[in-house]
Design a protein around this ligand. Structure first.
Ligand code: F0G
Length: 457
């Protein structure tokens, strides 16, 4: 079945508020046309992120009651360790409270003398943690990965030629580690092929450079490999995952994605010396090595979530749900990034609102329209998030793409709710001439999209 139904039934429900257009109008004005300023209570369908927003299973909630909150050596730690060890294969496992702490701990040890870290595309926090630790983060995704409509099964692949050129240009001594992000969130949630992981691993290892994987959406990536790559159709998701990580020296993980939990993360690696120095910092900033910023019950929920996420019926539904939303929009003629990624559908605001100048923040204008029409919250990935002022000319520099990301939380919304989302977008698309541009009235010097206030032009 191409788009299977939900492989679960619903035991607990959380009411969501239906607001009137007038109420939403008042909310969005009060929020300065910034959806980060809107209370979640005033949102009907929240597609701001797929991170930390998953619904846990009855099995995970049962595990919460089995939480052992001992400071050292909690039983949940041993369960967590065994599961992570089995799935990812690395013997050294360091729990953290979320992914970005894992990144900071890894880079503060490996970038002591600075250096360059190549990746397909660094996620924002990865880039920020590299730069804050004195390194330089470079993106080497294949060119197809930058084209919003080109059809390629693995648009997240890291370009081996670009990697070889980089190593030649800067020298191995200036590249303390290389990374790949699976799936490639900043490039649209696009998967990376096993063949690519293998090839990048070989290049790095031939040069003596350690290879780490940003593992946030590892199970979704494995499902795409099973679907799209020759020789993997008959393998289990667990076998595919184990092979993916067998090519790496370690990984950083935000369990808030494919851990199916609301909080948690870890670093897992082979190098015991590096692990020892990371643990010293861990004790200082997160906690004792058998809990690392998490409670025993959180460790238990992650251990159970990591097993559940490997279930093929779940993944079939999950990837199918995202794909179905993309197909509905495509059939309606709504411009989106193609093919859809694993966790989100991206509306292409430049093609949606071709008449609107980038100086009027078309992607934000579209995100505001989605909220006004249906109480839906997406996130702008465009001029507001990435635009900056040129220090010499004082002119605004805009990014190539103006996107609205609709990230789908795991096991949270039904297919009927996704139909509703498509209908709302269709309605806006048909009345797109009515969408007004925005201008900034108040902004911070860094990461302005979180706090910016705007008004309509
Ligand atoms: N790496 C990737 C690829 C991510 O997508 C994220 C988070 C992180 C690292 C950091 O993990 O949030 O647990 O500290 N992405 C979220 C998102 C925030 O909305 O895409 P974290």
């Amino acid at each position: 079945m191409k788009h299977p139904p939900e492989p679960f039934k619903i035991k607990v429900v959380e009411p969501i508020k239906q607001t009137t257009r007038e109420e939403r109008e008042a909310v969005i004005r009060k929020a300065g046309f910034n959806l980060f300023n809107v209370s979640a209570e005033d949102i009907f369908i929240d597609l701001l992120t797929d991170s930390g927003t998953s619904a846990m299973s009855d099995n995970q909630w049962a595990g919460i009651m089995k939480g052992d909150e001992s400071y050292a050596g909690s039983r949940n730690w041993f369960h967590f360790y065994d599961v992570v060890r089995d799935i990812f294969g690395f013997p050294e496992i360091i729990p953290t409270h979320q992914g970005r702490v894992a990144e900071n701990l890894l880079f503060s040890e490996t970038l002591k003398n600075g250096g360059i870290v190549p990746n397909n595309n660094h996620f924002d926090t990865t880039r920020a943690n590299i730069e804050c630790n004195g390194g330089e983060a470079l993106d080497l995704v294949i060119d197809e990965g930058k084209d919003p409509v080109i059809n390629h099964p693995f648009k997240g692949n890291l370009d081996p030629t670009k990697l070889n050129d980089l190593i030649e240009k800067y020298g191995v001594e200036n590249i303390p580690l290389g990374m790949i992000t699976i799936t490639n969130n900043s490039g649209g949630g696009q998967p990376v092929a096993m063949q690519n992981i293998r090839e990048i691993s070989e290049i790095l290892h031939q040069n003596g450079i350690p290879f780490f994987i940003d593992a946030c959406r590892f199970a979704e990536n494995a499902y795409f490999i099973k679907q799209r790559e020759a020789d993997y159709a008959e393998k289990s998701i667990l076998e595919i995952v184990q092979e993916m990580f067998s090519y790496a020296d370690g990984c950083t993980m935000s369990a808030k994605k494919d851990g199916l939990v609301n909080m948690g993360g870890f670093i897992a690696l082979n190098d015991s010396d590096l692990a020892r120095s990371i643990r010293e910092n861990l004790i200082r900033i997160e906690g004792f090595p058998t809990y690392g910023g998490l409670s025993g019950r959180d460790l238990e929920a992650i251990a159970r979530g990591l097993r559940e996420v490997l279930d093929e019926h779940y993944l079939e539904f999950r990837i199918g749900q995202v794909e179905r939303l993309a197909e509905m929009l495509n059939e309606l003629g709504v411009p989106i990034l193609l093919p859809p990624g694993g966790h989100a559908v991206y509306l292409d605001a430049r093609r949606f609102l071709p008449e609107m100048s980038q100086s009027q923040f078309p992607a934000q204008a579209l995100a505001v329209a989605l909220y006004r029409e249906g109480g839906i919250r997406g996130v702008e990935i465009g001029g507001l998030m990435f635009g900056k002022t040129d220090p010499e000319t004082g002119k605004e520099i805009y990014p190539d793409l103006e996107l609205v990301r609709l990230a789908i939380p795991r096991r949270v919304y039904t297919n009927m709710q996704m139909h509703f989302v498509a209908e709302v977008i269709d309605k806006i698309f048909k009345n797109r001439d009515a969408i007004r541009g925005l201008k900034i009235v108040e902004q911070a010097a860094v990461l302005r999209h979180f706090t910016v206030r705007l008004e309509e032009v």
